[in-house]
Design a protein around this ligand. Structure first.
Ligand code: PLP
Length: 330
């Protein structure tokens, strides 16, 4: 198994920069997780770095995952597997067959893509894992979107970087916003915050009073919240009982715009504005949609004069797919 030097040495903190555009009456900063220097970056690259360690430890020879082959997650996992010289097997739902840049990349990395009806996903995964084992192989399966403890741990690191930045600069963020999908990123950020606050409490430092807001890009509030809460519980273990408080989990489905991949003309406008004014590409499925949702949230709640950090979770190839869409009607 080949090593990936970047993952061996660890990912350097991603930049946090102040934004120049006028996005509402607050100070806006952005954390560029999209600049993680592997396969166009993003939170899936950060998560992959944690799964990488487990794959190494377990001596796996096939990397398996689930997801649409047009997803950021599948691109990064297929890229990682090929970089490690390992086979990659992706189980993909039949229903979503759009050919995007991510799809082409996944194919270029040589991943095997097996499609099945969305209702038969878990049987298909189980059957395939079994087949590999019978053949004497040692498959490692990663949940869709890089969900699970290693993924959460990766995003705790994101929070640690934010806390270190605040400590270093004296800038305090009143709010942290981000796109919430499988909930792993939010679970990591919230867990990181709970642990950081606990450390601050124990060392007599002032508490931060910071709100982390997940903007749902697909899930409804009830299911979305529950998955994030479960991931936090799983990650924190025994500390969950003492550290977790219901009000720390802010997850809104008010800006889902009809579900996964759906967006409005206003989202498109925001994306164009951010690119023109700050030179930052955003996609319409996750980052642009959530950034726009954040603006609406702040406006509706009449939140002004605060310092806001938006976490740019990646998806750069999807920006180019959007660019290719000629008609601007959605
Ligand atoms: C997957 C993804 C998300 C959502 O992250 P979760 O950890 O699944 O909630 C947000 N932005 C981008 C660009 C993604 O690829």
């Amino acid at each position: 198994m080949k090593q990936i030097a970047l993952f061996e040495r660890g990912i350097a903190p991603t930049p946090i920069v102040e934004m120049s555009g006028d996005y509402g009456e607050n100070g806006y900063f952005i954390k560029r997780e999209d600049m993680i220097p592997f396969s166009f970056g993003g939170n899936k690259a950060r998560k992959a770095a944690e799964f990488y360690k487990e794959i190494q430890e377990k001596g796996a020879d096939v990397v398996m995952t689930y997801g649409s082959n047009s997803s950021n997650h599948c691109r990064i996992i297929a890229n990682m597997a090929s970089a490690m010289g390992l086979a990659c097997h992706i189980i993909s739902p039949q229903e979503n067959r759009e050919i995007l840049y991510n799809t082409r990349l996944v194919e270029d990395f040589g991943a095997v893509i097996e499609t099945c009806p969305v209702t038969e996903v878990s049987e298909t995964i189980d059957r395939r894992v079994e087949t590999y084992r019978r053949e004497g192989k040692n498959p490692y399966f990663i949940l869709g979107g890089g969900h699970g403890n290693p993924g959460t741990r990766a995003c705790v690191n994101t929070y640690r970087e934010i806390a270190a930045y605040e400590e270093l600069t004296g800038i305090h963020f009143d709010y942290i916003f981000h796109a919430s999908g499988t909930g792993t990123t939010q679970a990591g950020l919230v867990s990181g915050k709970l642990m950081t606050e606990d450390e601050r409490r124990k060392t007599g430092k002032t508490l931060l009073h910071q709100k982390i807001v997940g903007i749902s890009i697909a899930r409804n509030e009830e299911r979305g919240r529950e998955v994030v809460r479960q991931s936090i519980e799983e990650y924190l273990g025994d500390a969950y009982q003492t550290l977790y408080r219901e009000e720390e989990l802010i997850f809104t489905d008010a800006y889902c715009m009809g579900g996964y991949g759906k967006y409005t003309q206003d989202v498109r406008k925001t994306i164009d504005e951010v690119m023109a004014r700050d030179g930052i590409p955003m996609d319409s499925t996750y980052v642009g949609k959530a950034f726009h949702g954040m603006r609406c949230y702040l406006e509706e709640k009449q939140i002004h004069g605060k310092k806001i950090l938006f976490v740019h979770t990646g998806g750069t190839p999807l920006f180019f797919d959007l660019l290719e869409k000629q008609d601007r009607n959605v």
